[in-house]
Design a protein around this ligand. Structure first.
Ligand code: B12
Length: 194
């Protein structure tokens, strides 16, 4: 992949179109993952490659590699350190053109609120893999509400054990099964806001 990108750049291909091709590639990988033709390992490999391509092309596209489709804040909720799925959601959203602030793991509700305020993001993506993560999800939704940021901020949940009843319990706007679902939800919300 590195060699292919270098070859295209040497041939004078516009870096923005190389990036657009890579975004399309990530979209296809996501589609195949949803169709169960690809495994999680395929998604992880595609996202590792995409991150490398972004790092190479960003200086050449003068910020165009940075996203423009909308702003998202993401993280794994307080008390939970699982981040494999969250990282896939983050890189897939970035590949789709979103500017994502990833707060990492074990994130306190107030840190999510602070970052939403600082960035002006309109989408919050919360991940959790433990049953004890359901309460921190609810606390985070409540903190966003208490800060007066809703309905301007839409909140999606995801992670292995998170079901529709958890979404209702936590008071979030939507539940996403996988990274392509995260992109679809963000697309729907950001398009509706335009
Ligand atoms: C890998 C793993 C770990 C690794 C984590 C490494 C890492 N960097 O993430 C390590 C070893 C550190 C770990 C630790 C623990 N783990 Co663990 N772990 C797992 C394991 C095997 C896989 C999880 C995983 O990465 N799956 C692959 C990813 C890709 O799937 P995913 O996270 O669900 O994400 C997908 C979707 O859900 C979605 N998604 C994810 N997030 C989001 C967010 C949004 C917004 C959207 C739309 C979608 C979305 O997209 C992803 C791709 O499709 C699971 C078992 C399992 N089969 O799930 C146990 C599991 C989650 N762990 C478990 C436990 C108990 C623990 C520990 C408490 C163990 C211990 N006693 O110390 C600690 C947790 C400590 C803590 N405070 O968090 C339990 C949870 C049980 C429960 N009911 O709560 C599980 C289910 C194992 C089990 N069967 O007992 N674990």
């Amino acid at each position: 992949m590195d060699a292919l990108v270098e070859e295209l750049l040497r041939d004078g291909t516009d870096p923005s179109s190389v990036l657009a091709e890579c975004r399309e590639g990530m979209r296809l990988v996501g589609e195949r993952y949803e169709a169960t033709d690809y495994y999680v390992s395929d998604l992880m490999m595609a996202s590792t490659i995409f991150k490398k391509v972004i790092a190479r092309l960003e200086p050449l596209t003068a910020g165009q590699a940075a996203a423009t489709r909308g702003k998202v804040v993401a993280g794994t909720v307080k008390g939970d350190i699982h981040d494999i799925g969250k990282d896939l959601v983050v890189s897939t959203l970035r590949a789709a053109g979103y500017d994502v602030t990833d707060l990492g793991i074990n994130v306190e509700p107030r840190a999510f609120v602070q970052t939403l305020e600082d960035t002006g993001a309109s989408v919050l993506a919360l991940s959790g893999l433990l049953t004890i993560s359901f309460d921190p999800m609810k606390e985070t939704v409540e903190a966003v509400e208490a800060a007066g940021l809703r309905p301007g901020v839409k909140i999606m949940l995801g992670g292995g054990p998170v079901t529709e009843s958890v979404r209702v319990y936590a008071g979030a706007d939507a539940l996403g099964a996988d990274p392509p679902a995260a992109v679809r939800l963000a697309d729907g919300w950001t398009e509706a806001a335009r």
